[in-house]
Design a protein around this ligand. Structure first.
Ligand SMILES: [Zn+2]
Ligand SMILES: [Zn+2]
Length: 273
């Protein structure tokens, strides 16, 4: 687990409010943008390519980097690709696994298209619900999820190892709009990293619930509250907006999440697959 913040990171550019103040002066309280690494021996992949890839590739033990899998074309999820360009790292032939809309977007727009034409990136095709073997032991499957976005589709990823299965769904508009039911799929998962962008409406000022295209953490907890302890504890919230009190361990919101049997993802934690 290499990052738990929403696209803009924590602290966020331009924010000098209470939510970011301590994180500006104390790097220990800052957070990188949501990202997972998948490791098998000395091979490594990144799930999403965030603006923090510089640190995240090192945290994952790279280089080298065997590949990247992208969920969608919002800023926190793919713009780290610029670090693979000629002004920076400029590797040769890094596999970037993409859905069809993402492929069209990257090929059709600079500066992304030059990453391919100059050979730094090789696009590999993903298809919804089709399993891809990264190694003999690790398989990844993209699942389409409803998520606002004018440029590309959005996917979640399941990561299947020899004995455990993990879900990574950093962005989704609403659980109810999905063709999968979270309480059901959770039965077949060991860990689920899920969109926890906002804790509740309290951090959103006067905005209307209908404008917020994310499940609130409290709504997700309510949806799952009848599940057994063992199932609730599989949930780990991430993709936390800079305003989210879950970024402060020990806050009353953070305590509520743990008291109700759920967890907040922690940078540096590992799940044995
Ligand atoms: Zn996002
Ligand atoms: Zn997004």
């Amino acid at each position: 687990m290499l990052g738990i913040a929403q696209d803009g990171g924590h602290p966020q550019t331009g924010c000098i409010a209470d939510c970011c103040e301590a994180a500006w002066s104390d790097a220990e309280q800052a957070h990188l943008v949501s990202c997972l690494a998948v490791l098998d021996g000395d091979r490594r992949w990144l799930l999403d390519c965030t603006p923090d890839i510089r640190e995240q590739l090192r945290l994952a033990g790279g280089p080298p980097l065997d590949g990247i899998l992208l969920t969608h074309a919002h800023m926190g999820h793919y713009t780290g690709l610029l670090q693979l360009g000629p002004e920076a790292w400029a590797p040769t032939g890094v596999d970037v696994h993409v859905m069809p809309g993402m492929r069209a977007f990257l090929q059709g727009n600079d500066p992304w298209s030059s990453l391919m034409s100059e050979g730094h990136v090789v696009l590999r095709d993903l298809a919804a619900d089709r399993r891809v073997s990264l190694t003999e032991q690790v398989r990844i499957t993209p699942w389409l999820v409803p998520h606002r976005g004018p440029w590309t589709e959005t996917v979640a990823f399941t990561i299947q190892g020899p004995s455990r299965r993990v879900l990574f769904v950093p962005d989704i508009d609403r659980w109810e709009d999905w063709d999968r039911a979270l309480p059901e799929i959770l039965q077949d998962l060991d860990v689920a990293y899920v969109d926890g962008s906002f804790f509740d409406m309290g951090e959103l000022g006067r905005r209307d619930r209908a404008e917020i295209l994310h499940p609130l953490v409290r709504e997700t907890m309510d949806l799952l509250q009848d599940q057994p302890d063992e199932v609730r504890s599989r949930i780990r919230f991430l993709h936390l907006n800079h305003t989210n009190p879950l970024l402060r361990p020990g806050s009353s919101a953070w305590q509520e999440v743990h008291d109700r049997g759920f967890r907040v993802a922690e940078e540096g934690e590992e799940v044995e697959l």
